[in-house]
Design a protein around this ligand. Structure first.
Ligand code: COA
Length: 389
């Protein structure tokens, strides 16, 4: 049995910032209304060349620098996201390729805004059972691409970004200590993002279009989600602490999904603790869905809010409905990394891209020269053989 310790972390937010005042030019709203109801002042928006994959890669690369582990030693990559560019290839597989993590399995995990907590729990269990030693868990989103920019009830809430942690197995007790994961699909309609595969099947015509949704954008019942969130946030913290055999007084910091200051404050009231025990960065980062917890974690570390031996709780909630929490015994001090070391480590990703490109070229040349491996070529060969007979 191994313990999954967090040994690296990294996050990235796109440069482009959209303030509440900017939004007020798009929809009928105001900075005052948005800030008072949510605590959000601005959000980051991905530029034309930024995607969920590039953000996920950047966060993972930064986390690996902190961990001091080469990508070749990573055996599992999980990307929690609701905004993958492709159903397949997965975002995680593309990140695996960009990193040159040649020994890693990779998959995306869909649990909306709870995705990071779910993914962390999956990776920690893979480490605990010793099926992998090192894993990267990433939360990455480009929410700006799935928002209805005419719906003031949703477009004010979300932003883009990515965060990642590196987990390493060790026989020293600590790291991820307990998790609780829950779902209630009966509330699925409260917060939903339809998928895109709605092509009609030719012989079935329009009848094969099952989806009632016209747009591939988020729909939400804000009031119902608010009520659900305040309830499950406090309940999951209590649940996971009970599993870990800890009390709320043993916890130094709670890093919640960054949805709304009022949700977090009501949860603090239910738990009878000060809101200061919750780390919040949503004023500047907004709700970045599955990315919000690891981004907030990185900011909390930068602000010196975590120290060795602290117990920290991550708690997420969102579409599905899904919710969950994890308790981590924090046991690392951020290492000193020189800018030169950072740059040298990044050079390996240029090599990884080069190697990936060469592999693709090699595959294309192979297909042209020795075409007999392609299924249709095999068929042609067989037909030729039949004619000769
Ligand atoms: N700007 C100005 N007015 C707005 C507005 C906006 N962006 N959005 C809604 N309104 C208006 C409504 O039209 C309504 O007007 P009316 O009273 O004239 O009908 C009024 O404000 C109140 O709307 P309501 O939806 O009841 O507001 P609210 O207090 O519930 O706040 C949210 C709306 C979305 C901020 C709030 O419900 C919320 O945060 N819910 C949780 C959402 C969330 O966190 N989702 C992600 C979870 S992972």
């Amino acid at each position: 049995m191994k313990y999954a310790h967090i040994v690296g972390w990294g996050s990235v937010l796109p440069d482009k910032v959209l303030t509440n005042d900017d939004l007020a030019e798009l929809v009928d709203t105001s900075d005052e209304w948005i800030f008072r109801r949510t605590g959000i002042r601005q959000r980051h928006i991905a530029g034309p060349k930024e995607t969920t994959t590039t953000l996920a890669f950047e966060a993972a690369a930064r986390a690996l620098v902190v961990a001091g582990i080469p990508p070749s030693q990573i055996e599992m990559i999980i990307v929690a996201t609701s905004t993958q560019e492709h159903i397949f290839p997965s975002t995680a597989s593309r990140v695996q390729d960009f990193l040159g993590a040649t020994k890693a399995g990779a998959f995306d995990l869909g649990a909306a805004c709870s995705g990071f907590v779910y993914a962390l729990s999956m990776a920690a269990q893979a480490i605990a059972t010793e099926s992998v030693r090192n894993a990267i868990v990433i939360g990455a989103e480009t929410m700006s691409r799935v928002l209805d920019w005419e719906d003031r009830g949703t477009c004010i809430l979300f932003g883009d970004g990515a965060g990642a942690v590196v987990l390493q197995g060790s026989s020293i007790p600590g790291g991820v200590m307990a998790s609780t994961l829950r779902s209630d699909g009966s509330g699925g309609e409260m917060l939903s993002l339809p998928a895109v595969y709605q092509n009609p099947v030719p012989m079935l015509g329009k009848e094969s279009l099952h989806s009632r949704h016209k747009k591939n954008t988020i729909t939400m019942n804000g009031r119902q989600v608010f009520r659900f969130a305040t309830k499950v946030l406090s309940e999951s913290v209590e649940d996971v602490l009970e599993k870990a055999g800890l009390s709320i007084d043993d916890v130094s910091l709670i890093v919640p999904h960054q949805a709304n200051v009022r949700i977090i404050e009501s949860a603090a009231k239910r738990l009878k603790i000060s809101p200061d025990k919750f780390y919040m960065n949503l004023e500047t980062a907004s709700n970045t869905s599955a990315a919000s917890i690891p981004i907030a974690l990185c900011d909390a570390i930068k602000s010196n809010r975590l120290h060795p031996d602290d117990n920290v709780v991550f708690v997420g909630f969102g579409g599905g409905l899904t919710w969950g929490a994890t308790v981590v015994k924090w046991d690392v001090t951020p290492p000193e990394i020189s800018p030169l070391d950072r740059e040298l480590k990044r050079a390996r990703y240029i090599v990884a891209r080069g190697r990936s490109r060469l592999k693709q070229i090699g595959r294309n040349i192979g297909a042209r020269l020795g075409g007999s491996f392609a299924p249709d070529a095999t068929l042609k060969d067989a037909e030729k053989g039949r004619k000769v007979k």
